[in-house]
Unconditional design. Structure first.
Lengths: 1208, 344
C-alpha cells in the first residue's frame, strides 16, 4: 500500500482516534465478518449493509414531519411558536394572532423549500452513484447489476478504468499472476499507480465457470476506517490462506492498465473503507450564526427584564390608580389583585416586545446568503474556460464566514499542482537548455513564448510534448555526443512499460509521472523507447532500432534515492546508466569531472530556484570481467538468507561509484495556474496556509518552494521527522527555542522564562522572522496526541508556513480539528480527492476542486470550483463582501427593531403599563416584513464598500473579517444603543409636542390614533434615512426598494385608513380617516422632521468623526489615490522573487521500489509481448515473495502479511 | 455528472451587470464637504423653524381654570354614586385682562384620566357606532349588557365614561348684567369621524332606532337625548360624544368642547373683562385622583401647539451649528496635517 514504510504500529492507532472510529452500526458491534463467495443465502444471515449509499435525509412522506421537527428544534422558531400560543390566550393577548403567524409561516415555508431542494440534489447524486452498473456473477452468469444491488459475497467483474464498486478481495485478473493496477487518487490522493495481487490459489480462477464454483469463505476484521490495513483469512478447500491489504481493491479506486479482474465483495456501501473514512456530516454554522444565537438569547433576557419592569410598574399602577379607576374600567373577572394584573401584563409585554427578536431576521439572513451564493455561482471570473465549470456554492449558509478565514488547509496534488510533470529544462555537459529567449536574447516571460520546437522529423514523437528551446534539438541533430548519451540514458534507465497498439502509436505506462515525462522527452528528441523484454530494451535512436541487452536494474529505494541500469550495447560494451538525487549522485562522481560538476551545480541551483525537480544523470563504463565478477557478487547477495537488503545495497553502492557526469534534468511539477500569486496574496491578507499532503516530504517541500510558500528569505525551515514521541517533542522544542532566541535578540530585550504555556503562546505570537515547519506523517501522529498537540499547535502557528506530508485522510481532519479547537479561528480546507473529504467536512468551510475525475470532494464540499486561484476571489471578494454585508445588515436590523420596539416600553409609563401598543396592529405586522425589509435586504445583497479590484490590491482589507471587527458584541451594543436612543426620541418628541397641541381648527390632535400614525411615520422615515446612510452602493434596485418602501408605507397607510375598508370591517380597521387628517397637519410634519433630524444628525456626526480621527483601511482606500499607488508597486514587486541557494532534488518523488524487479522477472509482461524472450531463470515465486515482503513492509500494520519482514 | 457539450456551453455564467455585481451604482461617500454643508443647512433650517414657531406660539392667548378644587362640594357629592341624580352646579368667575382676538375655543382638560388603557381603548363597537348592527356589543367588555341582559348602546368603557359636565361661559357686561357667551357645539370633531365613523341606525325617529338597547350605566339619559336643543345632534352623531370617543394618547389631555360664535359683542373674539363659568358638575374625577379644568384658547396656523416644538427646533438648530463648527475645526486641523481626505 502507499503509506510510508517504517510506519510505526502506533500510527495505525493514532490514525483512528475514538471520535472517528466509534461509529458502529446500531444493532451491535460486529466482531468479525464472514462472507462466502457465491452464497447469498448464507451471507444474508449476517445482515451486512448493502452497497446502497444514502446521504439524503427525507423522502416524500417523511419530509413534512421531519423537517418541521427539525425546524422547531431551532430556538428561534420554538420561541415564535411559544409566542403564538401566548397570543391565543385572550387575557394576555395584546396583539392579534396574525402579527406572529404570518411571519412564522413565511419563515417555515422558505426554510422548508430550501431543505427540500437540497435534499433533492442529494437524492439525485445518491441515485447516480447507486445506479452505476457493474457486472455481477449470479448463478454462473455475468449479469449487469446496479451498484446498490451488489451484496457482500458477490463476485463482480471490473474492467479497465472502472471505479471499484465496493471493497473487494481480488480473485484473479487479466494480467499474469493475478496482478492488477489501481489508481487510488480518490482514496488517498496519490496518483501513481499501485499494484495489487490476488493470492496464488485464486489467481487461476480466470474464467466464469471456475469462479462460479468458487465457494471460499473469508473471515476478516469488521469494517473500519484504516485504509492501509486489512487482515483476514480465506478458507477454501480445507486450506487457510492469509489475506492482507495487498489483496484488496477498495471502493473509490480505479482499475488501470488491467483489462479485467474479478473480486469478491467483502465490505459494501457504508461499511467500505471509503465511506468509513468520510467522517460524519456535521451541520456547519458560521460564527456569526453562533454569535447571533447568543445575542438572541441576550435580547431575550433583556426582553424578560423589560417585561419584569413593566409588570412591576403595572402592579404598582393598578394598586395606586387602577383600583380607583374601576368605575370606568373594572378589572377583568379573572383579575383579583394588582399583583395578578402585573403577572398578566408581564406576558402581554412579552408578546408586544417580542419584535426585538425579529423573526424576519432569520429569513432575511437566509435570503441574503442565498443571494451571495448566486453571485458566486454567477461569477464569470471564477468560471474555468478549460473545464467549463463554474464555481458553485453548494451550501448557502456559510458565505460570510468566507470573509473571516484565517487558516487554509490545502491538499497538494490536484489542488496546488495539476499532477502533470513536464520536462522543462536540462543541463547537458555544462550547457543549460530550456530557457526561452526572445529575439533580443532576453529571457522571455511566461505568456510571450515563441513557437514550440517542431518535432515533425520524428514520426514517433508525442504530439503533446512541448519544448521551447530549439538549441537542444539542434544539438541532437548536430550529433553532439553528450546530448545523445544524455537522451540514451533517459530512454534506457527507467521502469516504464510501453505499449504499441498500432504501429507508431506508443503509450507509456509510467509508474510515476516524473519518469513518464523523462522518457517522453527522450522520445521526442529522437531516442524512442519502443519496447522491452525482461532481458532487452529496444530503442529507436534517431530512426534506427537498436536493442540493448538489459543486464541489471539497480532499483530505486528511499535510501538510495537513485536507480541504475546496466546495459550492453550492440557493440558489446557494458555501461551503467544512473539517475538520481543530486545530493547523492554528486558525491559518487569521478573526481575528474570537477569543472563540469561546478557548472552543473550552478544549473541545478538555478533550476531549484525556479521550483523545478531536478535529477542528476551519470554513466560509467564497466569492463567485462568486472561486470562478471560484480554480477556474481550480486547474485550471492540476493540469495542471502539474512540482511539481504543491506547486502544488495552495498553491492549496488560499489558499482555506482566514480561515475561520469552527464548532466541534469529539471522537471516541472506543473502548478495550477496562478498558485504562487494566490498564495502570496492570501498570505498578505494574513491568512495562514498549511499544506497537508499524502505525498512524500521532498515533493511537498519542493512544491512549497515553487508555490512560494517557502522561500529562501525565510529564517529557517524546521523539519520534524522524529519517529518516537521523545524525538518529536525534542524537535518541536528546538524549533521553538530557535524562534524564541531570534525574537529575543531581535526583540526589545525582554527575557523569556519558560513558565506557562499560555505565556509561551503569547511569546510565540510575537516571533520575529519567518519560519516554516515541515512535519511528516508519523511525527504528526505523535504530535497530535493529547499531551503534545498544544505544543505542536503553538510551534506550527508561530510559523508562516506549515507543510504536513505523508498524512492520512484522518490526520488531515485531525489537524484541522486541532486548529479549530484551540485557535478559535475560521478554517478552510481545500482539496480535490476523496482523501480530502474528511478534512473538507471538518473545516468550517470546505472547498472542493471540481472538474476532476472524482467528485467525492466536491460532493462533500461547501464550495467548489476548478482552479485553486479562484480561492483568492472567493475569499477576498465574495467572502469579504459577504461578511461586510452581513455585518451591516445585522447592525441595521437590530437597530431598526430596537428603535421600533422600545417605543412601547416608554409608552408603558404613560398608559398605566396596560400593554397598549404605540402602533396600529397592522403596522406591527407589516413593519418587519414589508416596510423595512427590502431596503436592508438590497443592502445586504448588493452593498460594496470598495470596488472588487481594490480588495485584491489591498489584501489587508480582509483583516477586519478575521479580527471579527464589523459585527461583534461591542458593535451589537452600539447598534442597540442607537436603537434605544432613536426610540427615546421617537416617543418623547411627539409626546412633548402632542401633550398640548390641537389641530389648527381646534379639534383633537393628541388622540391615540394620531399619535400612533405620527410615531409610525417618523419611524419609517428615520429608518429609511438610516438605511440610506448605511447603503454604500446605491444601485437602481436600492433606489427602488428604499423609495418603494416609503411609497408602500404611505399607500398602505392610506388604504388601511380609508373609508372603504372601514365600511367593510369596522371592527378591524379602526383608524379610519386618520392618515388624511393627521398627515394634513403641519405640526405633525414638523414633528416628523424634527425627530428625523435629531435621530440622524448624531449618527452622521459620529461617522464623520470616526472617518477623520480613526479611519479604517476601507475608508482610506475609498478616499485616497495616493496610498493605492504605493501599495500597487509593492504588490507587483512581491510577485516574482527568484530563489537561489537551497537546492531540492528529488529523484522521481512518487517512485516506488520494486518495479525494477518486476520488469527483470518479466512477470508483468503479457505473454504476447514476451514472445521472443527467453524466460528468466529465477524462480518466479521468489520474486513474488520479495515483492510481497516489500509491500507488507511498507504497510504499517504488523499483520499486513503472513511473512513478516526481517528488516529492522 | 456528465452533461452534454451544449449544456456545458450554457454553464458559462451570463455576463450581465447584475450577475457580475457590476450594476451601475452611485457610491455613497459622506465626504466632509457634504456632511459639513448638510449640518450647516440643517442648522439654518432648524433655527428658522424654531424662531417662527416660538413667535407664533407667543401670539396664542390661553386661559386655563382648574375647577376640581373650586367646586369641591360638587366633587364630594359625585364621589358617592348614589347621588347620581342630584344636580350640582358651580360658578367660577374670572377676569380676562386682555382681549382674546379671533377664534376662541373652549376645551375641557382632564388630568390623570387614562383614556389609553389597552382594555379601555378596545372596549367599543364600531359596527354599533356605525349604525349597522345596534346590538353588536361583542368587543365592549366589560360594558356589554345592562344587568338585565339588554345590550348597551353605545356600549363599552369609553362611551360609558363620557365627560358629561356642562360648561357655560357668561360675560359680565357690567356689575349687574351678564350675558351668555354664544358658543357653537358643532364643528368640534373630525369630519371623517362625524360623517364616516358614526351613524345613527336608520329609523323614523331616534328613540325607535335605539329600541331594545339600554343606556350606559353611568349615563343619566339615553344616547338619543344627549342634546335637547338640537335634535340633529343626537344619537351616535352627537359631537360631544364623537369627541370623547376619539381616545386620547396620554392621561392628561384636552378635548374641544365649544367654539366661540362670533356674533354680537364677540365678533372680534372675547373682549377683556370679567367672565364666569357656570358648570354643571357631573363628571367625578376626585375618585381616581384626577383633575379637570376648562381652557379658553386662541390658535395659530400650526394649531394650539405649545412652546415645546419651537424650543426643540431652536435647540436642535443651535446644537447642529455647534456640531458644525466643531467638526469644521477638526476637519481643517486634520486637513493641514494629512492629505488623506483630499477631495477630487
Amino acid at each position: 500500500m502507499t503509506v510510508p514504510k517504517e510506519m510505526p504500529e502506533k500510527w495505525a492507532r493514532a490514525g483512528a482516534p475514538h471520535s472517528w472510529s466509534r461509529k458502529k452500526p446500531s444493532w451491535g458491534t460486529e466482531e468479525e465478518r464472514r462472507a462466502r463467495a457465491n452464497d447469498r443465502e448464507y451471507n444474508e444471515k449476517f445482515q451486512y449493509a448493502s452497497n446502497c449509499i444514502k446521504t439524503s435525509k427525507y423522502n416524500i412522506l417523511t419530509f413534512l414531519p421531519v423537517n418541521l421537527f427539525e425546524q422547531f428544534q431551532e430556538v428561534a422558531n420554538t420561541y415564535f411558536l411559544f409566542l403564538l400560543i401566548l397570543q391565543l390566550i385572550p387575557q394576555i393577548s395584546s396583539l392579534s394572532w396574525f402579527t406572529t403567524i404570518v411571519p412564522l409561516v413565511l419563515v417555515l415555508t422558505i426554510t422548508a423549500v430550501k431543505d427540500a431542494t437540497d435534499d433533492y440534489f442529494r437524492h439525485k447524486s445518491d441515485n447516480q452513484v447507486n445506479n452505476r452498473q457493474s457486472q455481477v456473477l449470479i448463478n454462473g452468469v455475468l449479469q449487469q447489476e446496479q451498484w446498490m444491488n451488489v451484496c457482500v459475497g458477490d463476485i463482480i467483474k471490473l474492467e479497465n478504468n472502472q471505479f471499484v464498486a465496493a471493497d473487494l478481495l481480488l480473485l484473479s485478473s487479466s494480467e499474469p499472476h493475478g496482478l492488477c493496477y489501481i489508481e487510488t487518487a480518490e482514496l488517498d490522493g496519490e496518483t501513481n499507480m499501485k499494484v495489487r495481487q490476488a493470492i496464488p490459489v485464486t489467481s487461476e480462477l480466470g474464467d466464469i465457470s471456475k469462479l462460479a464454483k468458487f465457494d471460499g469463505e473469508v473471515i476478516c476484521e469488521p469494517p473500519n476506517n484504516k485504509l492501509d490495513k486489512f487482515s483476514g483469512t480465506l478458507y477454501w478447500k480445507e486450506n487457510k490462506f492469509p489475506l492482507s491489504n495487498q489483496n484488496m481493491l477498495l471502493r473509490g479506486c480505479v482499475l488501470r492498465n488491467t483489462e479485467w479482474c474479478f473480486g469478491l465483495v467483502i465490505f459494501a456501501g457504508p461499511d467500505t473503507k471509503l465511506m468509513q473514512n468520510s467522517g460524519r456530516t456535521k451541520f456547519k454554522r458560521t460564527s456569526i450564526d453562533r454569535l447571533m444565537n447568543t445575542l438572541v438569547l441576550w435580547i431575550f433576557g433583556f426582553l424578560v427584564c423589560m417585561g419584569v419592569i413593566l409588570a412591576i410598574g403595572n402592579a404598582i399602577w393598578e394598586h395606586e390608580v387602577g383600583t380607583r379607576f374601576q368605575v370606568y374600567l373594572p378589572w377583568d373577572e379573572a383579575v383579583d389583585s394588582a399583583f395578578f394584573s402585573g403577572f398578566l401584563s408581564f406576558w402581554s409585554y412579552i408578546i408586544i416586545l417580542n419584535t426585538v427578536v425579529p423573526i424576519s431576521l432569520y429569513v432575511s439572513v437566509e435570503v441574503i446568503r442565498l443571494g451571495h451564493s448566486y453571485f458566486i455561482n454567477w461569477d464569470k471570473k471564477m468560471f474555468c474556460m478549460k473545464k467549463r465549470t463554474p464555481a458553485e456554492a453548494r451550501t448557502t449558509t456559510l458565505n460570510e464566514e468566507l470573509g473571516q478565514v484565517e487558516y487554509i488547509f490545502s491538499d497538494k496534488t490536484g489542488t496546488l499542482t495539476q499532477n502533470i510533470m513536464v520536462f522543462n529544462k536540462c543541463s547537458i555537459h555544462g550547457r543549460s537548455y530550456g530557457d526561452v529567449f526572445d529575439v533580443l536574447g532576453h529571457k522571455a516571460e511566461l505568456g510571450e513564448r515563441p513557437e514550440p520546437v517542431d518535432f515533425s522529423f520524428n514520426p514517433l514523437a508525442d504530439k503533446k510534448f512541448l519544448f521551447w528551446d530549439p538549441s537542444l534539438l539542434e544539438a541532437v541533430k548536430m550529433g553532439d555526443h553528450h546530448t545523445h548519451e544524455f537522451f540514451r540514458l533517459l530512454s534506457l534507465c527507467h521502469t516504464v512499460m510501453s505499449e504499441e497498439k498500432n504501429e507508431g502509436e506508443l503509450y507509456y505506462k509510467a509508474q510515476s509521472p516524473d519518469e513518464g515525462a523523462l522518457v517522453t522527452a527522450a522520445r521526442n528528441f529522437g531516442f524512442v523507447f519502443r519496447s522491452r523484454t525482461p532481458k532487452t530494451i529496444t530503442v529507436h535512436e534517431l530512426g534506427t532500432a537498436i536493442t540493448y541487452q538489459l543486464l541489471a536494474i539497480l532499483d530505486f529505494n528511499n535510501i538510495r534515492k537513485r536507480m541504475s541500469v546496466i546495459v550492453r550495447n550492440p557493440e558489446g560494451k557494458i555501461r551503467l546508466y544512473c539517475k538520481g538525487a543530486d545530493t547523492i549522485l554528486l558525491e559518487r562522481l569521478h573526481h575528474s569531472t570537477q569543472e563540469l560538476l561546478n557548472t552543473t551545480t550552478d544549473h541545478l541551483n538555478e533550476y531549484a530556484g525556479e521550483g523545478l525537480r531536478t535529477l542528476v544523470l551519470a554513466y560509467k563504463d564497466l569492463d567485462e570481467e568486472y561486470y562478471e565478477e560484480w554480477a556474481e557478487r550480486r547474485l550471492q547477495a540476493s540469495l542471502a538468507q539474512d540482511s539481504r537488503e543491506d547486502r544488495l545495497a552495498s553491492v549496488y553502492e560499489e558499482v555506482e561509484s566514480d561515475m561520469m557526469l552527464l548532466g541534469a534534468t529539471a522537471i516541472e511539477d506543473k502548478l495550477q495556474q496562478g498558485v504562487p500569486e494566490t498564495i502570496a496574496l492570501l498570505t498578505l491578507a494574513n491568512i495562514k496556509i498549511w499544506v497537508l499532503t499524502g505525498d512524500k516530504q521532498e515533493t511537498a517541500v519542493n512544491i512549497g518552494y515553487s508555490c512560494k510558500m517557502l522561500t529562501d528569505d525565510m529564517t529557517e525551515v524546521f523539519i520534524v521527522t522524529g519517529h518516537t514521541v521523545l524525538e518529536v517533542r525534542e524537535e518541536l522544542r528546538k524549533a521553538r527555542e530557535k524562534m524564541m532566541d531570534s525574537s529575543r535578540t531581535v526583540g526589545n530585550g525582554f527575557t523569556y522564562q519558560e513558565k506557562l504555556s499560555s505565556k509561551l503562546a503569547s511569546v510565540l505570537d510575537a516571533v520575529a522572522g519567518e519560519y516554516a515547519l515541515v512535519i511528516n506523517g508519523h511525527s504528526l501522529a505523535h504530535a497530535l496526541e493529547a499531551d503534545m498537540e498544544l505544543e505542536f499547535l503553538e510551534t506550527a502557528c508561530a510559523c508562516k508556513a506549515v507543510i504536513c506530508c505523508r498524512v492520512t485522510p484522518l490526520q488531515k481532519a485531525q489537524v484541522v480539528e486541532l486548529v479549530k479547537k484551540y485557535k478559535k479561528a475560521v478554517t478552510l480546507a481545500i482539496g480535490d480527492g476523496a482523501n480530502d473529504v474528511s478534512m473538507i467536512k471538518t473545516a468550517h468551510i470546505g472547498v472542493g476542486i471540481s472538474g476532476q475525475e472524482g467528485i467525492q470532494a466536491v460532493l462533500a464540499s461547501d464550495y467548489s470550483f476548478s482552479q485553486f486561484k479562484f480561492l483568492q476571489r472567493l475569499l477576498l471578494v465574495h467572502g469579504r463582501w459577504s461578511y461586510l454585508r452581513m455585518c451591516k445588515f445585522l447592525c441595521y436590523f437590530f437597530y431598526k427593531n430596537f428603535a421600533f420596539t422600545m417605543v412601547h416600553f416608554w409608552f408603558g409609563f404613560f398608559c398605566g403599563f396596560s400593554a397598549q401598543t404605540v402602533y396600529d396592529q397592522y403596522f406591527i405586522t407589516l413593519y418587519n416584513i414589508v416596510y423595512t425589509s427590502l431596503p436592508v435586504l438590497a443592502m445586504g445583497v448588493f452593498d460594496q464598500d470598495v470596488p472588487e479590484q481594490r480588495s485584491m490590491e489591498y489584501p489587508k482589507l480582509y483583516e477586519p473579517g478575521q479580527l471579527n471587527l464589523l459585527f461583534n458584541k461591542r458593535e451589537f451594543f452600539i447598534c442597540i444603543a442607537q436603537g434605544i436612543y432613536t426610540s427615546v426620541l421617537m416617543f418623547f418628541i411627539p409626546y412633548g409636542v402632542f401633550a398640548e397641541a390641537t389641530r389648527d381648527d381646534g379639534t383633537q390632535l393628541a388622540d391615540y390614533q394620531s399619535f400612533a400614525v405620527t410615531v409610525a411615520t417618523s419611524l419609517v422615515i428615520v429608518v429609511s434615512v438610516q438605511i440610506g446612510l448605511d447603503t454604500g452602493y446605491w444601485t437602481a434596485i436600492n433606489h427602488f426598494f428604499i423609495w418603494g418602501s416609503l411609497a408602500v408605507y404611505f399607500a398602505i397607510l392610506f388604504a388601511m385608513h380609508s373609508n372603504g375598508l372601514f365600511d367593510m370591517f369596522p371592527n378591524q380597521f379602526r383608524f379610519v380617516g386618520n392618515a388624511q387628517n393627521t398627515l394634513a397637519q403641519p405640526t405633525v410634519w414638523l414633528t416628523i422632521v424634527l425627530t428625523t433630524v435629531v435621530c440622524i444628525m448624531p449618527v452622521v456626526a459620529f461617522r464623520f468623526l470616526r472617518l477623520h480621527l480613526k479611519p479604517d483601511l476601507s475608508d482610506t482606500v475609498r478616499y485616497t489615490q495616493l496610498v493605492r499607488k504605493k501599495q500597487k508597486a509593492q504588490h507587483r514587486c512581491m510577485r516574482r522573487v527568484g530563489r537561489t541557494g537551497s537546492r531540492r532534488s528529488g529523484y522521481a518523488f512518487s517512485h516506488q521500489e520494486g518495479f525494477g524487479e518486476l520488469i527483470m522477472s518479466g512477470k508483468n509482461m503479457r505473454v504476447s509481448s514476451l514472445a521472443l524472450s527467453s524466460f528468466t531463470t529465477r524462480s518466479s515465486s521468489s520474486w513474488i515473495e520479495s515483492l510481497r515482503r516489500k509491500k507488507s513492509d511498507s504497510a504499517s500494520s504488523p499483520s499486513g502479511g503472513a511473512d513478516k519482514p526481517l528488516k529492522g | 455528472m456528465k452533461r452534454g457539450s451544449h449544456d456545458c456551453q450554457s454553464r458559462l455564467p451570463d455576463n450581465t451587470a447584475l450577475k457580475q455585481q457590476q450594476l451601475p451604482a452611485y457610491r455613497l461617500q459622506l465626504t466632509a464637504t457634504i456632511i459639513l454643508s448638510g449640518f450647516f443647512i440643517t442648522g439654518v433650517f432648524c433655527l428658522g423653524v424654531g424662531v417662527i414657531l416660538l413667535l407664533s406660539a407667543k401670539n396664542i392667548k390661553e386661559v386655563e381654570i382648574n375647577y376640581t378644587e373650586k367646586c369641591s362640594d360638587c366633587a364630594k357629592l359625585r364621589e358617592n354614586t348614589a347621588n347620581f341624580d342630584k344636580e350640582c352646579t358651580c360658578s367660577i368667575p374670572f377676569y380676562l385682562p386682555e382681549a382674546m382676538k379671533g377664534d376662541v375655543y373652549m376645551f375641557y382638560k382632564l388630568y390623570g384620566f387614562y383614556q389609553n388603557l389597552y382594555q379601555y381603548v378596545l372596549s367599543r363597537s364600531n359596527s354599533q357606532l356605525m349604525g349597522i348592527d345596534i346590538k353588536d356589543v361583542s368587543n365592549c367588555a366589560p360594558f356589554k349588557n345592562s344587568h338585565n341582559g339588554i345590550p348597551i348602546a353605545p356600549c363599552g368603557a369609553i362611551a360609558n365614561s363620557i365627560f358629561n359636565d356642562t360648561i357655560v361661559l357668561s360675560y359680565n357686561l357690567n356689575s349687574s348684567m351678564s350675558i351668555k357667551v354664544p358658543m357653537l357645539r358643532s364643528g368640534i370633531s373630525w369630519w371623517t369621524d362625524k360623517y364616516v365613523k358614526f351613524w345613527n341606525p336608520s329609523s323614523q325617529n331616534l328613540s325607535s332606532a335605539f329600541a331594545g338597547t339600554a343606556k350606559p350605566p353611568s349615563w343619566p339619559k339615553p344616547v338619543y337625548e344627549l342634546d335637547e336643543e338640537d335634535p340633529e345632534n343626537n344619537g351616535f352623531i352627537n359631537e360631544d360624544f364623537i369627541v370623547w370617543m376619539r381616545t386620547a394618547a396620554f392621561p392628561t389631555f384636552k378635548k374641544l368642547y365649544r367654539r366661540l360664535s362670533r356674533i354680537q359683542h364677540f365678533t372680534e373674539g372675547l373682549p377683556a373683562g370679567s367672565y364666569s363659568f357656570g358648570i354643571t358638575y357631573n363628571f367625578p374625577v376626585t375618585k381616581f385622583q384626577g383633575e379637570k379644568s376648562v381652557v379658553l384658547s386662541t390658535l395659530t396656523w400650526s394649531g394650539g401647539s405649545s412652546l415645546f416644538l419651537g424650543l426643540a427646533y431652536t435647540v436642535t438648530g443651535a446644537l447642529t451649528w455647534l456640531a458644525f463648527f466643531a467638526m469644521m475645526a477638526i476637519h481643517l486641523r486634520l486637513k493641514g496635517r494629512k492629505t488623506l481626505f483630499h477631495q477630487e
